[in-house]
Design a protein around this ligand. Structure first.
Ligand code: RB5
Length: 147
């Protein structure tokens, strides 16, 4: 898969650890995040990764900030994005199976390296189940279309 990754200053080290891990799983990773610890603004990176996904430059995205929340809120402002914050492996699997999340987010100040790797693996290996979930995801898009 082609994966877009982005982060703010709170998550530079974890971003590089996750990039290496995801590449080791055989995926291609494009880095849209900051690589310095200088304070920056997470919405910029949330939008960059979101657009990479909606414009088809990536199959899905990974976003990391301090909590995963700010950067995912920003990404979710881009039409067609379903970015989900996950701090555990079960949620990471279910956001793909049920919500067809196209971006996963987590916080470098919340999860450690090993848990972050497990979260990413669970998400990347999961598949959207469709069926009854299809209509619910379509309902989310319909809400968006009325904005
Ligand atoms: C930056 O200090 C922090 O606010 C940011 O990384 C993130 O946690 C926001 O949601």
């Amino acid at each position: 898969m082609k994966i877009a990754i982005g982060n703010d200053h709170a998550a530079v080290e974890l971003k590089h650890q996750i990039m290496a891990y995801v590449q080791g799983l055989g995926h291609e990773v494009e880095n849209y995040g900051t690589d310095t610890n200088a304070s920056c603004n997470y919405p910029e990176y949330g939008e960059k990764v979101a657009r990479a996904v909606t414009e088809g430059r990536a199959d899905c995205g990974i976003l990391i900030c301090g909590t995963g929340v700010g950067i995912s809120i920003a990404a979710n402002k881009v039409k067609g994005i379903r970015a989900a914050v996950c701090s555990d492996v079960t949620t990471a699997r279910l956001v793909k199976e049920h919500n067809n999340a196209n971006i996963i987010a987590f916080g470098a100040r919340i999860v450690g390296e090993e848990l972050a790797k497990d979260i990413v693996k669970a998400y990347l290996e999961a598949e959207f189940l469709g069926g009854r979930h299809e209509n619910r995801v379509a309902m989310i898009a319909e809400i968006e279309s009325r904005e």
